[in-house]
Design a protein around this ligand. Sequence first.
Ligand SMILES: NC(=O)c1ccc[n+]([C@@H]2O[C@H](COP(=O)([O-])OP(=O)(O)OC[C@H]3O[C@@H](n4cnc5c(N)ncnc54)[C@H](O)[C@@H]3O)[C@@H](O)[C@H]2O)c1
Ligand SMILES: [Zn+2]
Length: 352
Amino acid sequence: METITVKASKTYNVEVGSGLLTTVGARLALLCPAPRRVMLVSDDTVFALWGEMAVTSLEAAGYTVTTFVFPHGEASKNTATLLNLWNAMATAKLSRSDVAVALGGGVVGDLTGFAAATYLRGIACYQIPTTLLAMVDSSVGGKTAVDLPAGKNLCGAFSQPIGVLCDADVLQTLPADIFAEGCAEVIKYGYIGDKQLLAMLETPFQNDPVPVIARCIADKRDVVEMDEHDNGPRQLLNLGHTGGHAAEKLSDFSISHGAAVAMGMVMAAKAAVARGICKPDVPLHMENMLRRYGLETECPFAASALAEAALSDKKRRGGEVTFVFPVQLGKSELYPVPAAELAALFSAGGAK
Ligand SMILES: NC(=O)c1ccc[n+]([C@@H]2O[C@H](COP(=O)([O-])OP(=O)(O)OC[C@H]3O[C@@H](n4cnc5c(N)ncnc54)[C@H](O)[C@@H]3O)[C@@H](O)[C@H]2O)c1
Ligand SMILES: [Zn+2]
């Protein structure tokens, strides 16, 4: 097992290994000992596969467990589900000293984290991510949110968990396309600032994911510790996301997030070459890497449409966009790009 300590506004450990889910009760007890109430939150798919194992372990450690299970998918990450969860917490009489446990992907983690951050002005939240994306990205760093009809993640809070448990065994039931989505975020860490991770990814890691997952979490930890509230270096994590979010939106979300980020990364790297801040070997390396993990790299949308979609994104500041460009293999930097130059940038990045 590997343990990564995150020292943000709260200090907590992320534990990564195999066979950990059966020990969740004992692990949680080290952070906030039983007896206490636990609200275990999951989606229907994950709960059917892994719920019983988690509940059994928590009850064996002395916790009184109530479960809240909602239909899987991004469509559930909304204020209606949030309201139901708040009400379930109140009905179960959760007090300030009780705990919410999120068992699931990023949807479960973001929703549970936000409910816990706001119920009684904040109770503890423990994260058990079950997708690759949630393990390497959403469960660590304290961003919690729900979607509004006007857009994704528009309502949320920064609120760090009390601990994160990544059991690589649960990935065995994850469909291959959802695993590939997580691979886009894994690969992203390499091009942001981790050349050694890129070397590790030369060999497919599906059968031995713990070292790669732990390395990505440590990479995320490093930027979160520098900039918890996302005003500076944490924005490096948006590599591929300006173009990616735009492509996702233009496809009406038929292109998955991971696939869109893969396209966005390649556009950023090619545009960096056109600007003279990066050598052509980087986009080439990136395309080969992404294809190796089953990710498409061609963006089907026009540069002007991508720019328009990107400019309606919340991450814009004034008349500028903070853009992440790879500058060499294993290193990216932030650059302000005037909004008016965005279409030309995507065009240089290979968009139609
Ligand atoms: N908070 C953050 O910093 C952050 C960062 C990145 C993404 N996100 C958010 O994360 C969400 C995406 O997360 P996701 O990709 O994990 O999506 P998800 O939670 O919807 O999970 C994807 C699908 O996989 C299924 N699943 C999960 N674990 C499984 C398992 N072990 N076996 C079988 N099926 C399983 C789920 O039921 C779901 O249908 C988005 O809402 C995004 O906004 C948040
Ligand atoms: Zn992402």
